[in-house]
Design a protein around this ligand. Structure first.
Ligand SMILES: *Cc1c(COP(=O)(O)O)cnc(C)c1O
Length: 378
């Protein structure tokens, strides 16, 4: 064990295109206030815990058998939850929307193909793309602005979206609405125009859709007549079930048939299926926290403005805040006060998850204190 692991790794017969890559790694630190991975801060309510335990207990006896490979009941429940006249055969599910995305890329991207996304965006889109052997193209957002700390620079516009799709002719295009880490939902005109501009698959990642401000339409409304459009969702955020690992998508049934070519058989355990179904039967209770979280999100936006910072308008359970002279120093200062938020590597910006009222107050107090040490530049 004298040799370092990285020396051994360098010698291993690893795929050349994976050499020098870094894995996804949001810090998982034990601090009092964790607002760095957009989890739902509320524990699962007792009545939902009881329902999940009942459902899992019933399955436990049959763990000698493989699960329903088609997770039929779960797909029906997910279709019902989504509404929009969706049918169960339009729904797919996997262990987190990350796996849904991986399966989509295995079927529609892979070696020799290109995938376009518009950065800054969810880093897993590019990481999974590379993992499946495809080439990631870093698309640009914003029309160029004088102020580097202006959050509007992250808006995605129709013309620039279409131009980049026409330039790169990707096999798969990602849109993310509300976008992570910027927080703002996408104008559906961008989705429509992107679909028209490409012959490839268009994935709209709507992980945070439940938190959108009133009047924000979902790309689910665009599914009829668009057989290359996929909308992905997750139970990790609004449903407070990040630990259960359940993501899903809605698309034309033929898209989901394509996924069946690459998925591992029985990829969704019977325990996962049972837990997710029990949670969906209590979706009203689980989603009760969404309004409370949105209120805290809006409080973060207002308070950050009052502190002279520049928060981006948010349709998600987090806020991207700009205007920091030294975001890395501020991140450390917050951590020393027991508050963990996210540095997405955007100069001048930090992202914070909206938690409980108590967590939000702790964060805002720590932020105000930290800014006393390092004021916002005039
Ligand atoms: C958090 C997040 C997800 C969730 O991934 P899961 O695998 O479902 O937990 C997906 N997309 C985006 C943009 C996210 O921020």
């Amino acid at each position: 064990m004298n040799e370092s692991r990285s020396d051994v790794l360098a010698r291993l017969p690893l795929r050349e295109d994976l050499r020098g890559r870094t894995p996804y790694g949001a810090p998982q630190l034990e601090v009092p206030v964790r607002l760095n991975t957009n989890e739902n801060s509320y524990d699962v309510p007792g009545e939902v815990v009881a329902a999940i335990l009942d459902a899992v207990r019933q399955q436990a006896r049959q763990l000698n058998r493989y699960p329903d490979r088609e997770f039929t009941g779960l797909r029906e429940d997910l279709a019902n939850y989504l509404g929009h006249d969706l049918e169960a055969d339009q729904i797919w599910a996997a262990n987190g929307s990350n796996e849904v995305i991986q399966q989509l890329l295995q079927a529609f991207a892979g070696h020799g193909r290109t995938v376009l996304g518009f950065t800054p965006t969810y880093s897993m889109h590019s990481i999974i793309t590379v993992g499946t052997g495809a080439t990631w193209v870093d698309g640009k957002r914003g029309l160029g602005t004088e102020n580097a700390d202006d959050p509007n620079q992250f808006d995605l516009h129709v013309e620039q979206t279409v131009a980049q799709i026409e330039q790169h002719r990707p096999d798969v295009t990602f849109l993310c609405s509300p976008n992570n880490p910027t927080g703002t939902a996408l104008d559906l005109e961008v989705v429509k125009a992107a679909y028209e501009a490409t012959d490839g698959l268009l994935i709209v990642d709507e992980a945070y859709a439940e938190f959108a401000r009133p009047g924000t339409p979902s790309a689910l409304t665009l599914l009829p007549g668009r057989e290359r459009l996929v909308v992905s969702r997750t139970m990790s955020k609004a449903f407070a079930l990040a630990g259960a690992r359940l993501g899903y998508s809605a698309a034309h049934p033929a898209v989901q048939d394509a996924i069946r070519l690459v998925r591992l058989p029985y990829h969704l355990s019977s325990l996962t299926q049972a837990a997710a179904q029990a949670a969906l039967w209590h979706s009203d209770v689980l989603l009760d926290t969404v309004e409370a979280i949105k209120a805290e999100r809006d409080r973060i936006v207002t308070s950050a403005q009052e502190l002279g910072l520049k928060p981006a308008p948010s349709d998600a359970n987090f806020v991207l805040i700009g205007g920091f002279a030294d975001e890395k120093a501020l991140w450390r200062s917050l951590l020393s006060r027991g508050v963990l938020i996210r540095d997405n590597g955007l100069p001048g910006f930090l992202r914070v998850t909206a938690g409980t009222p108590g967590e939000t107050t702790t964060f805002l107090d720590a932020l105000a204190d930290s800014l006393l040490d390092a004021p916002v530049p005039a």
